[in-house]
Design a protein around this ligand. Structure first.
Ligand code: HAM
Length: 421
């Protein structure tokens, strides 16, 4: 057992795993290009107030899960527990809205939450996120949601469900809140301790509780959709119309409230049956007031975050083979000292010509070097020793067919290029 191990809730991604991550990241980047989203990279940590003031004081993330620390200068910073507030902060700070009426941004970011680790829940996870600023058109909601759905289709998630809800706006939400509080009334003692607390501080979040007692007690609770104002209702209807036109299946879920207070109108979540309790593989919604709350001009916006870690777990559970291919590598095996010297030159020359190449640096026998070539999945092995040097040739072995030919050194490059396809 090693003396040190990665902190609880974090993981090392080893070379055997990273190709899958790189593949999914590249599919996501390609999709972003297709939908017109540009990359933004924000710092790993922000001033703590950005999160405490804008995500909702009573949310689990702010009240329990932030990694907050003091700097030597006595400022409080927090490792980002989500990607939306930092993106909005950057959007406002750099006045991106002035240059373009609609800004569509994406990020691939590590996110930090001090949660109890379990399958699919980590203290450090990665999100593929998009945020679109500058339009309240419900077509943009449909675009963002369909983007996520098509992305899941593309990578091979066949069994996801899209849950959709409207959570209204500051005009209509108080009506629902009042009705909800009245409904709970003397049922309060039937709720779990957390929900009794939520009842006081943030009643909407009771609807999202996974505790069976709360689910039963709140089964007939008033639903937001019945209380939304005409504007929110019309918006929601249009979102649904566009999704139907785009043939994106969805299910209305009146209890979907999401984990942050910044959301308005459309809220959505993608769930997969493969993940047990942590079944959300992505989620997002509109946040039409957040830009203004963070100090910008009033700017409607909508976005989502997809959990890359959970996406991979789901793909594994579905036994989806990702098309991760290694480059055709050439392994150069030198025999003896002069063979080793020659191998150094050949490897360097191959690389200079854009061909992936490697060699042994531990003085192993030819047999052992061929084993390494096999382990590396080499496409070709080039073997060189005193005899080959004397005749300016190399032995070129096709590792797939095990056929071996003598090739003039000067023609090696052409040979590999010609037959690698
Ligand atoms: P969120 O629902 O908190 O939303 O997180 C988005 C996704 O990140 C989740 O659906 C899940 O797949 C993944 N995730 C969350 N926590 C963990 C964890 N502890 N371990 C592994 N995966 C996790 C947001 O963060 C919003 N900022 C999304 C958004 C963007 N809304 C608008 N724009």
């Amino acid at each position: 057992m090693a003396e040190y191990s990665a902190p609880r809730g974090t993981r090392d991604l080893l070379p055997s795993e990273t190709p899958k991550w790189q593949y999914l990241e590249s599919v996501f980047r390609d999709a972003c290009a297709l939908y017109g989203f540009e990359e933004i990279r924000t710092p790993t940590f922000e001033h703590t107030e950005l999160f405490t003031r804008n995500l909702g004081e009573t949310t689990d993330v702010v009240s329990k899960e932030m990694y907050t620390f003091k700097t030597k200068g006595d400022r409080e910073l927090t490792l980002r527990p989500e990607g939306t507030a930092p993106t909005v902060r950057a959007y406002v700070q750099h006045n991106l809205g002035a240059a373009m009426p609609v800004n569509k941004l994406y990020y691939i970011a590590r996110i930090f939450r001090y949660e109890r680790p379990q399958a699919g829940r980590y203290r450090e996870h990665t999100q593929l996120g998009v945020e679109a600023f500058g339009s309240e058109d419900p077509a943009l909601d449909a675009e963002v949601i369909s983007f996520a759905a098509r992305f899941f289709d593309k990578v091979g998630i066949t069994n996801y469900a899209l849950k959709l809800n409207t959570i209204g706006c500051p005009n209509c939400r108080p009506n629902h809140r009042k009705a909800l509080v009245e409904y709970v009334g003397d049922r309060l003692q039937d709720l779990c301790a957390t929900c009794q607390d939520r009842f006081e501080r943030n009643p909407l979040r009771m609807l999202d509780c996974k505790d069976e007692r709360c689910k039963t007690a709140l089964a007939g609770a008033p639903v937001m959709a019945d209380y939304v104002c005409a504007e929110c209702a019309a918006h929601f209807e249009r979102v649904q119309k566009y999704l139907t036109e785009m043939e994106i299946p969805y299910a209305l879920d009146h209890n979907l409230v999401r984990g942050f207070d910044y959301y308005t109108k459309t809220a959505f979540e993608f769930v997969s049956g493969e993940l047990g309790a942590q079944n959300a593989i992505g989620g997002g919604g509109r946040y039409d007031n957040l830009v203004q709350e963070i100090g910008g001009a009033p700017t409607p916006a909508i976005g989502f975050g997809i959990g890359l870690d959970r996406l991979l777990l789901t793909l594994d559970a579905l036994a989806v083979e990702l098309p991760v291919d290694n480059p055709d590598i050439v392994f150069v095996a030198g025999m003896g000292e002069s063979g080793h010297e020659a191998a150094i030159k050949i490897v360097s020359n191959l690389r200079d010509n854009g061909i992936a190449a490697d060699m042994d640096y531990t003085g192993r026998s030819l047999k052992a070097q061929m084993k390494i070539a096999n382990k590396l999945g080499a496409r070709w092995a080039v073997i060189i020793g005193d005899d080959e040097i004397a005749t300016s040739t190399v032995a070129l072995r096709d590792m797939r067919s095990s056929e071996q030919h003598t090739v003039a050194m000067a023609l090696l490059l052409d040979h590999i290029k010609q037959y690698s396809r």
